[in-house]
Design a protein around this ligand. Structure first.
Ligand SMILES: Nc1ncnc2c1ncn2[C@@H]1O[C@H](COP(=O)(O)OP(=O)(O)OP(=O)(O)O)[C@@H](O)[C@H]1O
Ligand SMILES: [Mg+2]
Length: 245
């Protein structure tokens, strides 16, 4: 035995993370892991602190305490480019695209920090996961449907071939039938080896995909366990959603 500890290079670990906005801790002492190759759900009502958590992991907000580690590498407080380069991609709320640019150009923009070869490989990887975009490459992004726009922001996050991707509100504002079409695509992202943290206010979609689920309310994780348990016991979720209100 060498005694060397094997660190899984693709597990994102958040430990005792606290994020403060104004004078208020909006994420408090949060610990969870995002393993590779599966979807982990983070569910929580309006104002739970979900987007603040995403922004902190992405380096946009600086955590006031705790650790953000990818495969053992400490990322808390690092700059967004450093975090992305380490292998963590975030898909922020709101599907922000450069509306006047084509789909292809929006993908190019996402490739700016990559070498030519990495960019080419990443673009191919993203388009394999979202083949629907291939025939839309020359279309102005503004003209895409909501579902296509969501695919494009996901594809933008995936061009860097991240080890982990955090998706903030995949289903918000999309018709249920559109969301149903996205589900197998997210499953494919996880099956490609990427760890997915799927953050949702509406539980059904996330629980359909997730292995493990966390219920988040008032900045605190109230419950963690197998997604199937939560699916079979809606009361667990309901009580957490009502706790704050
Ligand atoms: N820029 C800001 N400055 C100060 N407080 C903020 C700011 N943005 C959000 N907050 C507060 O932080 C808390 C968490 O908000 P956050 O947006 O992270 O929640 P959320 O779970 O993403 O909610 P939603 O479901 O509405 O997207 C809320 O109480 C909110 O009012
Ligand atoms: Mg939010």
């Amino acid at each position: 035995m060498s005694g060397t500890v094997q660190v899984d290079r693709s597990v994102l670990e958040l430990e005792h993370l606290t994020v403060t906005r104004g004078s208020r801790a909006v994420v408090r002492d949060l610990s969870l892991a995002v393993p590779p190759g599966q979807v982990t759900a983070l569910l929580g009502p309006n104002g739970a602190g979900k987007s603040s958590l995403v922004l902190a992991v992405g380096g946009v907000l600086r955590p006031s305490a705790g650790a953000i580690r990818l495969g053992g590498e400490e990322l808390a407080g690092r700059r967004p480019e450093v975090i992305r380069k380490a292998g963590v991609a975030i898909v922020p709320e709101g599907r922000r695209l450069l509306g006047d640019l084509t789909v292809g150009d929006n993908l190019e923009v996402a490739m700016y920090a990559l070498s030519k070869a990495e960019g080419r490989a990443g673009r191919e990887h993203a388009l394999e996961l979202f083949p629907e975009l291939v025939k839309r490459l020359d279309v102005t992004s503004r003209l895409l449907s909501g579902g296509e726009q969501q695919m494009l922001v996901l594809a933008q996050a995936l061009v860097s071939k991240p080890r982990v991707v955090l998706i903030d509100e995949l289903s918000l504002g999309l018709a249920p039938i559109v969301v149903q079409r996205l589900i197998p695509r997210i499953r494919a992202v996880a099956e490609s080896g990427t760890g997915v943290l799927l953050i949702e206010q509406f539980a059904a979609v996330a629980l359909e995909l997730a292995t493990t689920a966390h219920v988040f309310e008032g900045g605190v994780v109230r419950w963690s366990g197998p997604a199937t348990t939560l699916k079979e016991d809606p009361e667990l979720l309901r009580s957490a959603y009502l706790a704050g209100g």
